[in-house]
Design a protein around this ligand. Structure first.
Ligand code: UD1
Length: 427
């Protein structure tokens, strides 16, 4: 058992450095399958999803060396198996990102349906349809997907929705296909640009990542490289929101401010001063937030992964806010937990109506998924009294040193792995 204990109601002040992005690092690790020799990834976050991806790559035979917490090497040369073990694949959604690389490199793959946060239906039809358009053949039996392709062939693919994962899988597979692939209605997330940069360093020929049309010309083989993971814009956004929720003053460093414009502009609308410099963003808040309307959208819209933390901030707003979730259909599972802390939220379909209260009060709550867990942390920091958050294993999937980073800004927070009585505050 693991939980966080927070003594809330303290202004957070200070600087927080942001580690590498979970949602890019896991994909870069999967892309290493297509390299010709060992690749080294730096700025790797210390999160359990990275450990799971290491285990998954080891399970197919890849050599993994973790030189230090933030540096790891993946050697694809010993890969001798294309069947992925169910228990690991079920641990996280990002497991599906090995599908395209394994198929492109070895012409076959067997994979159970991936797991991940229970935030709504998460089909992989766009991944499979795109790969099928490139010539792969899929069959499914007893929940196991088997794919085959003698040689993938470049083609035109129009995605029904700009899926991040599907764009990445197809872009990867197209690098080793014959001819040119064009992905239209592609996702434009910064993590996709990171994948393009990585693949280009391996010798891939890709243009257009960051726009809705990506063109990939296949090459017979890829090389190897050393590459730093881009900064985690979701962790950064969480600290920005935590600053606002505690009426504090936090500078998040080692970020790309452009990636944080959507969250920064919503925080500014709610009354925060948001000051961006070359590689940092400072958020200063002196009052309860003004009520606002937030709609999650594909990038450059407001990220769905920050919808829950933003909603937690708005629970202490000076009026009624409206939060609409447009990406996943079950992303309000934190609402009951926030209600235990005094939040006034009603949900109707994809919309949450949040009536701001003057303060939240600490309570024992449980994180139902990763980003909902982050929302409970934001609420706990803002609340009066003690909050205990169970289900911390969801949070450590994606947040690297969360309690240490927050404690360095004055939060009273401790992360405990055994009996609650043993918990003690960091400061
Ligand atoms: C990635 C991120 C996740 C983020 C999400 C949206 C990783 C590991 N996870 O997830 O943190 O919340 O992007 O920014 O990078 N869809 C289909 N069919 C498909 C694929 C997706 O219908 O084959 C739908 C999904 O159900 C969802 C929407 O498309 O409604 C967006 O999903 P997608 O962009 O693919 O998210 P992920 O890549 O799973």
């Amino acid at each position: 058992m693991e939980w966080l204990r927070i003594e809330g109601g303290r202004e957070l002040r200070g600087r927080v450095s942001v580690p590498g992005a979970k949602n890019s690092c896991l994909k870069l690790m999967a892309l290493c399958i297509m390299a010709s020799s060992e690749c080294t990834i730096t700025n790797v976050p210390s999160i359990t999803d990275v450990d799971t991806m290491c285990d998954l790559l080891r399970a197919v035979g890849a050599g993994i060396v973790r030189q230090r917490a933030s540096v790891l090497s993946v050697d694809p040369r010993p890969i001798a198996c294309t069947r992925l073990p169910e228990q690991l694949v079920r641990c996280m959604r990002a497991s599906v990102q090995v599908l395209g690389p394994l198929l492109a490199r070895f012409g076959e793959v067997q994979m159970p349906y991936p797991g991940g946060c229970p935030i709504g239906s998460r089909p992989i039809d766009l991944h499979l349809k795109g790969l099928a358009a490139m010539g792969a053949q899929f069959s499914e039996e007893h929940g196991l997907i088997s794919g085959r392709a003698n040689r993938l062939v470049g083609t035109e693919i129009h995605l029904d929705f700009p899926s991040v994962g599907a764009t990445e899988n197809l872009m990867a597979a197209a690098c080793l296909a014959t001819g040119t692939t064009v992905i239209r209605n592609a996702a434009r997330e910064p993590e996709i640009v990171d994948q393009q940069n990585f693949l280009t360093r391996l010798g891939g020929q890709i243009r257009g990542a960051g726009t809705d049309t990506i063109r990939i010309t296949g090459v017979p083989e890829l090389g190897s490289t050393t590459y730093p993971v881009m900064p985690d814009r979701i962790q950064a956004g969480t600290y920005m929101i935590a600053a606002a929720a505690t009426r504090g003053d936090i500078t998040v460093t080692d970020v790309v401010p452009e990636h944080l414009e959507a969250v920064g502009s919503k925080l500014a609308e709610s009354g925060a001063a948001v000051i961006a410099s070359e590689d940092s963003v400072r958020v200063v808040m002196g009052d309860r937030p003004a009520p606002i309307s937030v709609k999650s959208m594909p990038y450059p819209g407001f990220p769905t992964d920050l919808q829950a933390p933003m909603a937690a901030l708005l629970t202490v707003g000076r009026g009624t806010s409206v939060v609409t979730e447009n990406i996943f259909n079950n992303r309000f599972r934190y609402v009951d937990e926030l209600s235990r802390m005094g939040a006034q939220i009603s949900v109707d379909g994809r919309t949450a109506i949040i009536r701001g209260v003057s303060e939240l009060t600490g309570a024992r709550v449980a994180a139902p998924d990763l980003r909902a867990g982050a929302a409970l942390v934001v609420a706990g920091l803002a609340a009066r009294g003690e909050t205990i958050i169970d289900g911390v294993e969801h949070i450590t999937r994606g947040y690297d040193g969360l309690s240490e980073r927050l404690a360095s800004c004055g939060a009273h927070i401790s992360h405990t792995v055994d009996a609650p009585e043993a918990a003690s505050f960091d400061s």
